[in-house]
Design a protein around this ligand. Sequence first.
Ligand code: SAM
Length: 283
Amino acid sequence: MNKINFVNKNCLELTKDIEDNSIDLIIIDPPYGVNFLNNKLYNDDKDFVKTESKKWLKEISRILKEGSHLYIFVPTLEVDLWVSNVKETEGLKFNNIIATQTHNTNRYLKNNFSFDLQLVLYISKGKAKRLNKVDYQKTSQSWLNDKRNTNPKEYSYKYSSFHKELKSNHKNNKFNKISHGNQKSVEFVKLLIELSSDENDTVLDCFTGSGTTAISSLLSNRNFIGCELNKDIFEKAEERIKNTIGNLDFLEELKQYYNLQNKKELNRFNKLKEKVFKEIKIF
Ligand SMILES: C[S@@+](CC[C@H](N)C(=O)[O-])C[C@H]1O[C@@H](n2cnc3c(N)ncnc32)[C@H](O)[C@@H]1O
């Protein structure tokens, strides 16, 4: 089982003890600066987030490995603030924005469009390392021989299926029992993890909330480091994480009863695993 290091702390308290260039991937969903919870649980004030986010990004740039990726969930109305803060942070490179549809609504705002997208900034420390799951295709011989092609490449990128998955995944989520007002989809975060890190790498989320990134890391065999400032939220997340570990332990035990070298048995095990995941109870 991979390691989980989850504490009830402020994010800067956690990161100050982490070594430079030691984290393989960071996924954060920071407080929004939009007074969503009326500041009852933590300081969500716009100006506060604006100042603090610069300190958070500086720390992230220090602890992330060169070439590694950073994803930040941002609200539509704050995207300008986050992009400019990222661009001003030494070492970080802003690469793109992923937009996923959160819901289809038939309610429209007066003189505005609806807010139905979840935006995620895709950033790297320096030049981004390769994304996993990128498909290549061999260049055809006729194109290689074509005189108009001055710099022929043997392979080219193929539009990868993960683009489609990313867009469709946000709410299609069997783990999505809401325990936190801003809870994100385990399947979506798991996809980001699989795209941007390898098994046994370490993923960090210093605004863990209900534990989505921790659970997604466990399900994809990554180690996890994280913290949550609010004690009530922390305790609920801890329980959710323990619950997942329990289910994964159960699957590990079950594995022993199957000969996984045998294709038929492996299929039976995988079907059962799917069933356990579907019925997994993560409140
Ligand atoms: C947008 S929510 C994260 C939700 C999470 N992605 C999920 O799926 O449940 C942000 C979380 O950050 C926590 N938080 C706010 N300020 C923090 C800080 N300075 N350090 C650590 N956690 C903080 C809040 O209590 C809140 O639970």
